[in-house]
Design a protein around this ligand. Structure first.
Ligand code: M6R
Length: 357
C-alpha cells in the first residue's frame, strides 16, 4: 500500500536507501563479507563472456553492469536489448553466460532470448525482483533484488537494486578470481545509502528544478560521459514515459555529431558530472550548449562542482555513482509529470509488465 504517499512512484523512490541496505544484508555471510552462493560462482566462473539481456530500465541497468563486471571482475561483457537479440544475434563466444535482468521476471522479449539460449545449451542467470517468476524458474540460478514490490509503471528502486546486485556479483567474482578491488563494496554501499537519504530529503529542490527547466518545454536532453551517459539514458526514459516530454540521453561527445542541431533558446539540457576522468569534457559540453541558448541544469558530484551547478550530490566511488546520480533524475521526472497533471503511476499506453513480444 502507498500509505501517506501521493503515488507509488514517490514511495518507491523513497525506499531506495533501505533497499540498498537490505541488499548488503542479504548478500553478506556470517563474517559480514559480501558473498554469493557457490552455485552462482560456479555458473559464472569459467565462462568467457557475459551477455546481459534486458529491456527498458533493466537494459539501462545492464549498461552500468557491464562496466562493473568488466572493470571489477575483469570478465568481458556485452549488453543487448532483448527484442533485438533474436534478429541481431551477436557472434557468441565458446562459453557464454546469459545474464537476464528483469524486475518482473515476466518480460516476454527477454524470455524469448532465454528459450533460445537454452536451446543452444548455454547457462543462464536471472537477476529479478520476483522469486518464482518465469525468468527465475527457467534460468539455472537467480539473484533476487530484495527491493519489495514495485507497483509504479516507471521503474525506480528496481534500477538501483539491479545496479547494487550487479556490483555484488562483480565484487564476488573478483574475490573468487583473486582480483584486487580498490574499494570496499560494503562500505561504499553504506555511504551511498546515506547519501541517497540526503538527496531524497531535498525533494523541494527538485520540484523547483522541474518547474524552472521543464514546465514549458516539449523536449529535453540528458548528457554525460562514462557511467553518466548511461544514467542520462535512464533519466530520459523516465522523463518521457511519465511526463510525455520528448527526451533523449546522449553521451556528451556525441552532441556535436548531430543532436546539438536541436539546441535552441531555452532547450533544457540536464548534465551529469560525476566522473572525475571526464569532468572537464563535460564542462566543455555544457559551455557549448549554453552558447546556443540552452537552459543547462548541471548535477555534479562534490569536488567536481562549479558555482553555477543546480545541484551537488555527495562524491562516491565513480563506478557506483549511478546509484546516486539517478535519484535527481527520477525526482525531476516525477515533479515534471506532476506539474503537467499526468497520471504518474499509470502513464498512458504502458503496462507494468510487458508479457507479449
Ligand atoms: O520487468 P522488466 O524489468 O523486464 O521490465 C522491463 C521494462 O519493460 C521496464 O523497465 C520499463 O522500461 C519501465 N516502464 C521503465 O520505467
Amino acid at each position: 500500500e502507498k500509505g501517506t504517499y501521493a503515488h507509488y512512484m514517490l514511495k518507491e523512490m523513497d525506499e531506495q536507501p533501505a533497499v540498498i541496505r537490505n541488499i548488503v544484508q542479504k548478500y553478506q555471510n556470517e563474517s559480514g563479507e559480501i558473498t554469493l552462493d557457490q552455485s552462482v560462482r560456479d555458473l559464472v566462473l569459467g565462462r568467457d563472456r557475459v551477455y546481459i539481456i534486458g529491456c527498458g530500465t533493466s537494459y539501462h541497468a545492464g549498461l552500468i553492469g557491464k562496466q562493473l563486471i568488466e572493470q571489477i571482475a575483469g570478465i568481458p561483457t556485452e549488453v543487448h536489448i532483448s527484442s533485438e537479440f533474436g534478429y541481431n544475434m551477436p557472434l557468441l563466444t565458446e562459453k557464454p553466460l546469459f545474464l537476464f535482468l528483469s524486475q518482473s521476471g515476466e518480460t516476454a522479449d527477454s524470455r524469448a532470448v532465454l528459450v533460445e539460449a537454452k536451446k543452444l545449451g548455454h547457462p543462464a542467470l536471472t537477476i529479478t525482483n520476483v522469486a518464482g517468476s518465469t525468468l527465475s524458474r527457467e534460468a539455472n540460478a537467480t539473484l533476487l533484488l530484495h527491493a519489495g514490490p514495485e507497483i509504479a509503471v516507471a521503474s525506480t528502486k528496481a534500477y538501483t537494486a539491479q545496479i547494487a546486485v550487479l556490483a555484488v556479483l562483480a565484487f564476488d567474482l573478483a574475490q573468487a578470481k583473486g582480483v584486487d578491488v580498490n574499494f570496499d563494496l560494503m562500505k561504499e554501499l553504506g555511504k551511498i545509502s546515506s547519501a541517497m537519504e540526503s538527496v531524497m530529503s531535498q525533494k523541494e529542490r527538485f520540484q523547483e528544478i522541474a518547474s524552472e527547466y521543464l514546465s514549458e518545454s516539449r523536449n529535453a536532453f540528458f548528457i554525460g560521459r562514462g557511467q553518466d551517459a548511461y544514467v542520462g539514458m535512464e533519466g530520459a526514459l523516465k522523463l518521457k514515459e511519465i511526463s510525455y516530454i520528448q527526451a533523449e540521453g546522449y553521451a556528451g561527445g556525441e552532441l556535436k555529431h548531430g543532436p546539438i542541431a536541436l539546441i535552441e533558446d531555452n532547450t533544457p539540457v540536464i548534465a551529469l558530472v560525476t566522473q572525475p576522468h571526464v569532468h572537464l569534457n563535460n564542462r566543455g559540453n555544457v559551455k557549448e550548449v549554453v552558447a546556443r541558448g540552452a537552459n543547462a541544469c548541471v548535477i555534479a558530484a562534490e569536488g567536481l562542482e562549479l558555482p553555477t551547478d543546480a545541484f551537488v550530490i555527495p562524491a562516491v566511488e565513480p563506478l557506483l555513482s549511478p546509484l546516486l546520480s539517478v535519484l535527481p533524475l527520477q525526482l525531476i521526472s516525477y515533479y515534471a509529470a506532476l506539474g503537467r497533471d499526468c497520471d504518474v503511476d499509470k502513464p498512458r499506453n504502458l503496462a507494468k509488465s510487458v508479457t507479449v513480444e
